[in-house]
Design a binder for this molecule. Structure first.
Ligand code: NAP
Length: 206
């Protein structure tokens, strides 16, 4: 199986580390600083921002507004990687809008910031962390929607998802990231309003 570097050691970083472990991938977690919270776990390699990325897949498990700073450390290294964008750039001051440009997505904006050769895949943003950690959503395996423009990169992401016992569904080219972000936004605000639970979320029946 593949190897994965997860930049960010918060809720989603931990959830995707769990997914990668189930899939048999080697896991590296890059923390913002030595004092950043992160549950230590045997078998994971830990680093701090600026340390070399060892994974073939790289997950940005940080808020979208952190991307620019992260690229100052990693832009060149990401030219040889599959870069997974999981962000839902919700304006938490109003819970009423996404901060990504109206005709674009964080994934498309990220792709513009990266060098040629980086393959951006939007994935995991329509999953609440608990359903990734457990691998189930209600009574069904968790569905993970993803989108991107590079076939090999999408195969690698699908293998990670399926290797972790979940269902991978290709939503199309990277332009679909905009719709995935709208879904992620809706899912999170509904959970925040108490209309759904953080332990569940949208599912796609086979
Ligand atoms: N929570 C969910 O269920 C969910 C679902 C789908 C998608 N997402 C997306 O997943 C991403 C991470 O969310 P989360 O829930 O895991 O958040 P979180 O628990 O708050 O963790 C955020 C992580 O990002 C780091 N970070 C914050 N600002 C940073 C900066 N300026 N530079 C470098 N690192 C920074 C934090 O480091 P420190 O610990 O040092 O602050 C922490 O490791 C977001 O883009 C979010 O939209 C979340």
């Amino acid at each position: 199986m593949t190897s994965i570097s997860i930049i960010g050691s918060g809720k989603m970083g931990a959830a995707i580390a769990e997914v990668a472990t189930r899939a048999g991938a080697a896991v590296q977690i890059i923390k913002r600083s030595p004092t950043s919270m992160s549950a230590a776990r045997d078998g994971f390699a830990y680093g701090v921002m600026g340390d070399e990325l060892t994974g073939d897949l790289v997950v940005l498990a940080v808020p979208y507004n952190a991307y620019e700073g992260i690229l100052q450390h990693y832009r060149d290294q990401l030219s040889r990687k599959v870069v997974i964008d999981i962000s839902n750039p919700i304006d938490f001051s109003t819970y009423d809008r996404l901060k990504s440009p109206a005709d674009s997505s964080t994934a498309a904006e990220l792709a513009k910031m990266l060098p040629e050769g980086s393959a951006v895949v939007k994935a995991f943003n329509v999953n609440l962390g608990d359903t990734l950690t457990s691998g189930t959503n209600g009574t069904t395996p968790t569905t993970v929607l993803f989108a991107g423009d590079y076939a090999e990169a999408k195969i690698a992401v699908a293998q990670l998802i399926e290797g972790a016992g979940m269902r991978a569904v290709d939503a199309g080219p990277l332009t679909r990231a905009r719709e995935l972000e709208a879904m992620g936004f809706l899912q999170i605000i509904m959970a925040a309003l108490g209309k759904t639970r953080y332990e569940s979320g949208f599912t796609l029946l086979p």
